[in-house]
Design a binder for this molecule. Structure first.
Ligand code: HEM
Length: 504
């Protein structure tokens, strides 16, 4: 019988061997990258060729949820694979202290596959090693509290059209789409602060500008698929593919604003464009490090990307939580009303900083709904940390969304409870168990700006309006982990109610 089969296939033996060899080669190509961590003795889900654990990601309903599920199954440090990339996920606060701070020099950069092509590669988010160090050291003073006080009037100006819109919406019986309203507000703020552009975004927006700004992260599916292929890095460089959209448009806008500013002699607003120009003038005089025109233009664009949707979404999440937790909103309104009554001549900046409960509420929103649901690093120098081996080149995931839901640090993690951020409660937790803005040398440079913007907006709003559940209010917040950030699956609807005159 066997002999007959052998005789029958013998004329095709060459073809069969070729087919077999090709199949083995294709399979090998799909798993070869996994060898980087094959000797690392950590638990983790088994990968499929090419797609790694992406099947699980789809099954669990997104990467943010996959991190939560994997945490339950494999603990706080485990191996996993996204596409062909072997990764180590670290959700252990003590180990994060080493990775993000103590051994920062071994993990200074984000992974190569998240890195943008020129000219965006000099943007703070993508920049690496010495370029990142130089640019970060120039930009850091611009985000200091003393400099940020100067942008408070710019933010306050943007709350005027916001309030007009919200007050009008109180006339409706139905809930309104706060995602769009806060999205436009935060876009307006960042265009004013980072681009020096007063574009009437909230009142009379240029449709092209808005469309382009709202679709920057809409990476086409074919590029998403390409990122999983072994040769993506080469294809990306060769064809100048950027994960981000509309880059030339925004670089052109930023360039024209910079040119106008350079020629301007009269008084100008002290926004980030102006601060970057002033830093360069100082640097030229003192011999300190500076940025060239191209680098400044790219930073403006990166601030637009990093600072707009993140802040707008967090404000919309806050409205949702306050509407669903009226007793918490009452405590907050009480704090704001009392503070307004005794404000005397405190500046807006000092005023919002004095509101402790407001700070707790925002911290709790950022815990549950971390827009930056995962941050990542790439290992630059093979090392062993707390007994775990990190091979050169391995990608590290820091899954903030999952860490913020770990019951070891956060009892009843799904409950919205701002009292978790009372000083005595915070002291009980390991410090690296809360990282909505990342932590360490590479944490979000815009943290203070984002908090300031959100606090000013909420204080202005809550003096006249409160959020409630009503007709059409979003009942359950469902997220999608899209690229770099966590987004609400659908627009968030909340009812806006005018507060009675007693409270105004
Ligand atoms: C609620 C608002 C915001 C959230 C939740 C947020 C979150 C984050 C996170 C998680 C990171 C990564 C940190 C890490 O890798 O350790 C980051 C980085 C960054 N963020 Fe933000 N961000 C917000 C607002 C802003 C704003 C307003 C700006 C600027 C105007 C900004 C600019 C940046 C930049 C430039 C980086 C890269 C920093 C570096 O690599 O040195 N972000 N942000």
């Amino acid at each position: 019988m066997l002999e007959e089969v052998a005789r029958a296939i013998s004329p095709y033996f060459g073809w069969i061997s070729l087919l077999f060899a090709t199949t083995v080669l294709i399979y090998w190509f799909g798993i070869s990258g996994y060898s980087l961590t094959s000797h690392v003795s950590l638990p983790g889900p088994k990968p499929w060729p090419y797609v790694g654990n992406l099947v699980d990601v789809a099954k669990y309903g997104g990467l943010h949820k996959a991190f939560v599920e994997y945490g339950k199954q494999y603990g706080k440090v485990y191996k996993m694979y996204l596409g062909r990339f072997p990764m180590i996920t670290v959700a252990d606060p003590e180990m994060l202290r080493y990775i993000l701070v103590r051994d920062f020099d071994k993990f200074p950069n984000r992974p190569d596959f998240t890195r943008s092509n020129p000219p965006l590669d000099v943007g703070l988010f993508s920049a690496q090693d010495d370029t990142w160090r130089r640019i970060r050291s120039i930009l850091t003073p611009m985000f200091s509290l003393s400099k940020l006080k100067e942008v408070v009037p710019i933010i306050e100006d943007a709350t005027d059209p916001l309030m007009d819109k919200l007050m009008k919406s109180t006339e409706s019986e139905r809930s309104v789409d706060v995602s769009t309203i806060f999205g436009m507000f935060s876009l307006d703020v960042i265009l004013r602060v980072a681009f020096g552009l007063e574009a009437e975004i909230q009142t009379n927006p240029d449709p092209e500008l808005v469309k382009k700004a709202l679709t920057v992260f809409d990476t086409p599916v074919y590029i998403r698929l390409l990122t999983m292929l072994p040769f993506y890095q080469h294809v990306k460089n060769f064809f100048h593919i950027n994960i981000l959209q509309n880059v030339p448009y925004f670089l052109k806008v930023a360039q024209s604003i910079l040119e106008v500013r350079k020629k301007s002699t009269g008084p100008v607003r002290r926004d980030l464009v102006q601060l970057m120009l002033e830093a360069r003038e100082d640097g030229d005089k003192t011999g300190n490090k500076t940025m060239n025109d191209k680098e400044m233009i790219v930073q403006s664009f990166i601030f637009l990307l990093a600072g707009s949707e993140t802040t707008g979404a967090t404000l919309a999440f806050t409205a949702y939580h306050l509407a669903h937790n009226p007793e918490i909103q009452e405590i907050l309104l009480h704090e704001i009303d009392n503070a307004v009554r005794s404000r005397s001549d405190a500046s807006m900046y000092e005023f919002v900083q004095s509101l402790r409960y407001l700070d707790q509420v925002i911290c709790e929103v950022l815990r549950l709904d971390s827009v930056g649901f995962v941050t990542s690093r790439q290992c630059k120098e093979a090392c062993v940390i707390r007994g775990v081996e990190f091979p050169l080149g391995v990608v590290l995931n820091i899954p903030s969304y999952a860490i913020h839901r770990d019951p070891d640090f956060w009892p009843e993690p799904e409950k919205f409870d701002p009292d978790r951020f009372l000083p005595e409660e915070t002291e009980k937790r390991p410090s690296f168990s809360y990282l909505p803005f990342g932590l360490g040398q590479r944490q979000c440079i815009g943290t203070k700006l984002a908090l300031l913007e959100m606090k000013i907006a909420l204080v202005v709003i809550l003096q006249r309006i409160k959020f409630e559940r009503g007709l059409g209010t979003t009942e359950n917040l469902e997220f999608k982990a899209d690229g770099f950030i966590l987004r609400s699956r659908d627009p968030i609807f909340v009812k806006l109610v005018r507060r009675s005159l007693d409270n105004e």
